[in-house]
Ligand binder design. Structure first.
Ligand code: SF4
Ligand code: SF4
Ligand code: SF4
Length: 301
């Protein structure tokens, strides 16, 4: 299948307030989390296909105006000597693991936001800076962010990161599912550049069918599990692998949505620590005002 028809095929697969006001977090959730669309999009990551070229890392940076350097430098394999996490210097990272079944073919795992169907970050954010979109993406509005870092605590995959060096104007960073590209009908940049089709973009329900077919057709190649199908209520990004996901550093999560965890954090704090939270809300308010002021002054990029 040619490059153009591959893309067409893939496209046919689918293409400071709350604490002070006392608004129950459930109301914030229903306000920011729409009904999940049957047609929401996702990505299937096949770790048995990924060659660890890290082109996805490079293009993700380029797409988001993060200094990326030359693409040739990404063939340097010494980076695999330690585990790396997505951060504000790059929203996706590829890690490498030994393949005990086939030592000559190490396992490469691309990591980024999973774009959960019931995102804990959305639920935890007290000012609605995060939102789950109908197309499946979980995006954020840095103008609303007050730097409370609840999202960091709540995320079961430890994805959101902050610009700590910018204390007065904190800003959240994570994969945005290339929202600007997909709105224009383009593929997410990492999917587009992947030279071996390790990443498949499509409607989530179609991707599940694709994954099930691969597992059925190649039982020696895959374990019988699609990671993200049910974890924390399901995620838009899902994975196939030839070994247990725990061995590849995927967290062993239950099927119930993680917002339950973050809600209980919030409820616990709000219920039993009113004075500190009032102080916190005041500080949050000050940060918010400071941030808005900075933005008005053109300090924000
Ligand atoms: S571009 Fe594709 S093959 Fe290369 S590291 Fe990323 S996912 Fe793997
Ligand atoms: S992986 Fe974390 S940051 Fe991404 S949507 Fe899920 S909870 Fe939010
Ligand atoms: S979808 Fe876009 S933002 Fe997310 S990892 Fe891929 S290139 Fe980066």
């Amino acid at each position: 299948m040619g490059e153009k028809s591959r893309r067409n095929f893939l496209k046919t697969l689918g293409i400071a307030g709350a604490a002070c006001t006392g608004i129950p977090s459930q109301k914030l959730i229903s306000k920011t989390q729409p009904q999940l669309s049957e047609d929401r999009m996702g990505v299937l990551v096949d770790t048995t296909v990924c060659i660890g070229c890290r082109r996805c890392e490079w293009v993700c940076k380029k797409t988001h105006d993060i200094p990326a350097g030359e693409i040739e430098s990404y063939s340097e394999e010494s980076v695999f000597s330690k585990m790396r996490r997505p951060g504000n210097e790059g929203y996706t990272k590829v890690n490498r693991y030994d393949n005990y079944q086939n030592p000559s073919r190490p396992i490469n795992v691309k990591v980024q936001c999973m774009h959960c169907d019931q995102p804990a970050c959305v639920s935890a954010c007290i000012v609605g800076a995060f939102s789950k979109k109908e197309d499946g993406s979980v995006v954020w509005d840095s103008n609303k962010c007050i730097g409370c870092r609840y999202c960091m605590v709540a995320c079961p995959f430890q994805i959101p990161t902050f610009e700590y060096e910018n204390a007065l104007n904190p800003d959240i960073h994570k994969c945005d599912f290339c929202a600007e590209r997909t709105e224009e009908g383009l593929l997410p940049a990492c999917v587009d550049i992947c030279p071996v089709e390790a990443l498949t973009y499509g409607k989530r329900r179609d991707l599940i069918e694709v994954a099930e077919k691969r597992i059925k057709l190649y039982p020696d190649r895959y374990i019988d599990k699609i990671y993200g199908f049910t974890e924390v209520g399901g995620t838009s990004w899902m994975y196939l692998a030839n070994t247990e996901f725990e061995k590849l550093d995927f967290p062993n999560l239950r099927d119930n949505p993680a917002p339950g965890v973050s809600e209980s954090i919030q409820h616990g704090i709000f219920a039993y620590f009113v004075p500190p939270i009032s102080l916190y809300a005041l500080l949050g308010g000050i940060m918010w005002v400071t941030k808005k002021k900075n933005n008005n002054n053109g300090w924000n990029k």
